[in-house]
Design a protein around this ligand. Sequence first.
Ligand code: IPE
Ligand code: IPE
Ligand code: MG
Length: 242
Amino acid sequence: MSAETKSNIPVHVSLIMDGNGRWAKERGQERVYGHLEGVESVRACVEAAVEAGVRYLSLYAFSEENWNRPEAEVTALMGLMVKAMANEMESLHRNGVRFVVVGNRERLAPEINESIDSCMAMTADNKVLTLVIFLSYSGKWDILQAAKKMAVEILECPEKADDILDMDVSGFDRYLATSGIPDPDLIVRTSGECRLSNYLLWQGAYSELLFVDTLWPDFRKPEFHAAVEYYSKRDRRYGKVK
Ligand code: IPE
Ligand code: IPE
Ligand code: MG
């Protein structure tokens, strides 16, 4: 890797993990077989992110809209999540990975929330990489819950209204479910779909976007490093003239 590339490493890479079902179908298997193989890609990408010096890796694991899938698939995905946490957390912890889940956790079953809480507590002080799992998440849900938080603040403490009226866009960040997590520098979506599917609508305002045809279960270390390389060649102007 050239010195120039090294100096242009994204702080936060976010992956929309798509194409598990098609990957399984291509092999004449049930969709869940693709989700299972997708866990291997998660492990590979976490390792690759650490190798590349990325500080935040976030994964769109389950959208609010995904609750509308057949019950058996939702149950399988949630079961896989619990199993992956049980199997992977010790190794993540040993490698200095901080584990964070962001999303509408009220919709998750109590046993999933318990596992999440214990994994987040165990890894809270880790510094090498923050791994953010977006679970039961959608961008519109996030913006709406932020607006509701502000409304409740004003109801409970009317003096706060002036501060909120004076607030700029960075002030709004702290009401979002992603508060404290830097905006993604790069969002990659696998499987050839060129849409955000209600992902980080506010936070992705200036993200570089990369859409690749690779199906998620085939997205491993070389593909991750290629995405980082792609990012390193982008010229981010933020509306200015360079
Ligand atoms: C991504 O793969 C996993 C989730 C969205 C939970 P899909 O299950 O969407 O796979 P395709 O897009 O149907 O191939
Ligand atoms: C987006 O994938 C959500 C996740 C990757 C978790 P979907 O497969 O649900 O998106 P659509 O339905 O193709 O837009
Ligand atoms: Mg899909």
